[in-house]
Design a protein around this ligand. Structure first.
Ligand SMILES: Nc1ncnc2c1ncn2[C@@H]1O[C@H](COP(=O)(O)OP(=O)(O)OP(=O)(O)O)[C@@H](O)[C@H]1O
Ligand SMILES: [Mg+2]
Length: 238
């Protein structure tokens, strides 16, 4: 079943087209990897899907309903939530309290929010740090907390923006396991990542952006051999 359909999405910042007529579909239960050089428009695509920014034109269709002009909190309540590339937890709050912020999207009851948040922390293997203030978490733990905050909204679609950036090899492998287990629990995933080995390994399907345009999509193997993709990353051969 198609969960999400993005149709001719364009986002203009003054004269710059950060997204230029981008269309794609996302199947329920899949992991779609989104790659592209720096400044390609990947994060902007997340902004426009989850209502952080309003698209200049085009549509975002979720379960056959047009959600293009909804606000982030309304979109979160419908089941789409995203992580941020630059993680900014509430430093003075505990890990559990940070994760609870997401849960209040679903409930007004403190105790219920606490148990939803604890469940989310378990899923990212961070529950042992529940009572630690976020300012004491290292980068790997902050990345996990960023995902837990999103999971606490109990999403159906998770948009993950570079959750492996800056992690060491062991942490990247653990993050891949976590993402796989989220999918096994029924969450559909759209993933931005620069670590090629990781994204090629985990994605069912890859989409490539360059200068705001979708230049390729296909299996990880076909993308890794696609001349247009190689050119976008390394420049044309003389
Ligand atoms: N709020 C904004 N105002 C003006 N220009 C912006 C804004 N946000 C992004 N841009 C520009 O839009 C383009 C796409 O940026 P975006 O952050 O989406 O790229 P990206 O693919 O996520 O890059 P990276 O891999 O470096 O995170 C860039 O040229 C960027 O400078
Ligand atoms: Mg980005």
């Amino acid at each position: 079943m198609t969960l999400l359909r993005v149709e001719h999405l364009t986002k203009q910042f003054g004269g710059l087209k950060a997204l230029d007529d981008v269309s794609f579909e996302l199947e329920q239960g899949s992991i779609l990897g989104l790659i592209g050089p720096n400044g390609a428009g990947k994060t902007t695509l997340f902004h426009c899907i989850n209502g952080t920014l309003r698209a200049t034109s085009g549509k975002v269709i979720w379960k056959e309903k047009d959600i293009t002009s909804l606000k982030s909190f309304q979109i979160a309540r419908r089941g789409i939530v995203r992580s941020y590339q630059v993680v900014q937890p509430f430093q003075g709050m505990t890990t559990l309290q940070n994760a609870m912020v997401g849960a209040f999207c679903k409930t007004n009851h403190y105790q219920e929010a606490e148990s939803i948040a604890l469940e989310a922390l378990k899923k990212v293997r961070l529950d042992h740090k529940s009572d630690v203030a976020a300012r004491y978490l290292n980068l790997g733990e902050r990345k996990k907390l960023e995902i837990a905050k999103a999971l606490s909204t109990q999403p159906e679609l998770l948009l993950l923006d570079e959750v492996m950036a800056g992690l060491n090899t062991r942490e990247v492998l653990e993050m891949l396991e976590i993402i796989r287990s989220l999918r096994a629990n029924g969450i559909t995933i759209l993933l931005i990542e620069h670590i090629m080995e990781a994204i090629m390994n985990i994605s069912d399907y890859i989409m490539v952006l360059s200068f705001g345009k979708k230049i390729a999509e296909g299996s990880p193997q076909s993308i890794s051999q696609n001349p247009q993709v190689i050119e976008a990353y390394f420049g044309a051969e003389e």
